[in-house]
Design a protein around this ligand. Structure first.
Ligand code: F6P
Length: 326
């Protein structure tokens, strides 16, 4: 196995609060280990375009508390091509980078997997996405912060919903995963969550209206997971307007504010632990795995599992919301 003396680090895909804490942890752990670190800007795009800088311990000072990613990020179409990955590999070699640490979500780790196979490059992934949709880790970096942001927003919406006796459909991110919707609904005391994992032929909306919006409850909050399939919160709001015209309905789409802000302590600690573990994993000879956390223990999850296996939502969470929203 080739000796590692320099690692490259990049963030890719949608940014997530805590990515900076992860960059800091990886950088400092690598330097602690006697390795050199190169920061690669704008994800795989930066690797293709040679946007690479030497990183020192000071490069990551004063960043643990900042949202976003100091390395910037991108979704690279060129890296999806064989030619793009060849350019990326050539730049890696030109910069003497022996191994790559990729912080990102599903698409980013899928990119790392293909790259590692094609060019025999040691790659380690860190789960960085607010969606929490990577299999094999209990939580992804950014998820806890985004969840807290959503809950803070929904608490505010609740004030105005109550004052006006309105139903609010609040749309949250998550791409194809309902973790943000389900758990923010529980934490904010919402009346229902509409998530992709729980869609049945049963009319969820009718169920909610007949059950949740009872006489003593004049306002309601429904958290809706964004979904390409059915159009998200707007779709449900329009249906209620048509089918139950007696209700005063509003929609709030929280959008990208869910991705910003200072990372929570939970995300900073998670990112720090995963970052240190990534360097230990490389040192132990691990290749092409995502570092995750399961039952508070560091785990190595092969890329093939992390990105291919669907991470299920615990049915218990669905039950908790159902029971508590009577
Ligand atoms: O994967 C993170 C995420 O925020 C998803 O929840 C959302 O669907 C998507 O990224 C939005 O992507 P973009 O910032 O490119 O619009």
């Amino acid at each position: 196995m080739a000796k590692i003396s320099t690692i490259g680090i990049l963030t890719s895909g949608g940014d997530a609060p805590g990515m900076n804490a992860a960059i800091r942890a990886v950088t400092r752990a690598a330097i602690f280990n006697g390795w050199k670190v190169k920061g690669i800007y704008r994800g795989y795009e930066g690797l293709i375009n040679n946007e690479i800088k030497d990183f020192t311990s000071e490069s990551v000072s004063n960043t643990i508390q900042r949202g976003g990613t100091v390395l910037k990020t991108a979704r690279s179409d060129e890296f999806m091509t064989v030619e793009g990955r060849q350019k990326a590999y050539d730049n890696m070699k030109a910069n003497n980078i022996d191994a790559l640490i990729v912080i990102g979500g599903n698409g980013s780790l899928a990119g790392a997997q293909v790259f590692a196979q094609e060019h025999d490059v040691p790659c380690i992934g860190l789960p960085g996405t607010i969606d929490n949709d990577l299999y094999g880790t209990d939580s992804t970096i950014g998820y806890d912060t985004a969840l807290n942001t959503i809950v803070e927003c929904v608490d505010k919406i609740r004030d105005t919903a109550t004052s006006h006796d309105r139903i609010f459909f609040v749309e949250v991110m998550g791409r194809d995963a309902g973790f943000l919707a389900q758990n923010s609904a529980i934490a904010a005391g919402a009346e229902a969550a509409i998530i992709p994992e729980d869609q049945t032929d049963v009319d969820q909306l009718g169920q909610f209206i007949s059950r949740g919006f009872r006489k003593s409850k004049n306002s309601s909050i429904v958290i809706v997971s964004e979904s390409k399939k059915d159009g998200g919160a707007m779709y449900y709001a329009n249906r209620v307007r048509n089918e139950y015209p007696q209700y005063d309905v509003r929609v709030t789409i929280l959008g990208h504010l869910q991705r910003g802000g200072k990372p929570s302590a939970v995300d900073r600690i998670l990112a720090s632990r995963l970052g240190v573990a990534a360097i230990e994993a490389l040192n132990e000879g691990q290749r092409n795995v995502m570092i995750g956390i399961s039952n508070d223990r560091i785990v190595y999850v092969p890329f093939s599992k992390a990105i291919k296996i669907d991470k299920p939502i615990d049915k218990e969470l669905i039950n908790v919301l159902n029971v508590l929203s009577i």
